[in-house]
Design a protein around this ligand. Sequence first.
Ligand code: PEP
Ligand code: MN
Length: 262
Amino acid sequence: PSVVEIGSGKAVTKIGGGHFGMIAGPCAIESGERLDEIAGEIKAAGANVLRGGAYKPRTSPYSFQGLGEEGLKILREVGDKHGMPVVTEAIDPRHVELIAEYTDMIQLGARNMQNFVLLTEVGMTKKPVLLKRGMAATVKDLLMSAEYVIANGTTEVVLCERGVKGFDNACRNMLDIAAVPQVQLMSHLPIIVDPSHATGRPELIPACALAAAACGADGVHIEVHNCPEEAMSDGPQALLPEQYKDLAAQIRKVAEAVGKSF
Ligand code: PEP
Ligand code: MN
């Protein structure tokens, strides 16, 4: 199993090879003050990578699209203040260089998993990558997309199962938990689970996060917001910081029971 190192200096997080990643933060970066409050709480709860979107892939062009470079600056400042490496999503090859300057890890989202031009551009930065599974992609497709990134320069890729399109809209997506051991049979790359985008519902997130830890995932990716009603994106699926704190303690116990360290 490969170990992916994210960040530099004092703020380094390892994911894979027995190291468990706790990636958390709001869906979108909304303001410095808000991100700072959320980061302080999740860091204290055990999160070891701060996430936040500066460029959002929204279904509607009229929805909030992210703060762009201003958001990247906020993310960097807040991450440094709290000693957390930071990850943000790239949705456009034209932004990749700028994103690489400000962040420790670049996310490739579900909607762009097979955007090969973007995968190539991100691979060329040699930054660690968080590659999310497309909503209609097979595990093989996911691994081939990882190859695009790796073939272009980046060797550090963390895969993420975030649910695939199902037939039941009770859940936002259908979490394919078996993809975790399946990927581990086929690849040396770490695989984490995102129960937030998989379920879309806070009441389902804890059970799915614990299932991920129990089945050997290398980490979890969870959206947290301190005022979900005011969130500019994905508010309905956000956990409150206190809910994240309780869950993080449980995740730690389960992950440690299956041999992971933090
Ligand atoms: C996100 O992480 O906010 C996101 C848009 O995720 P996904 O690509 O999994 O939908
Ligand atoms: Mn989101």
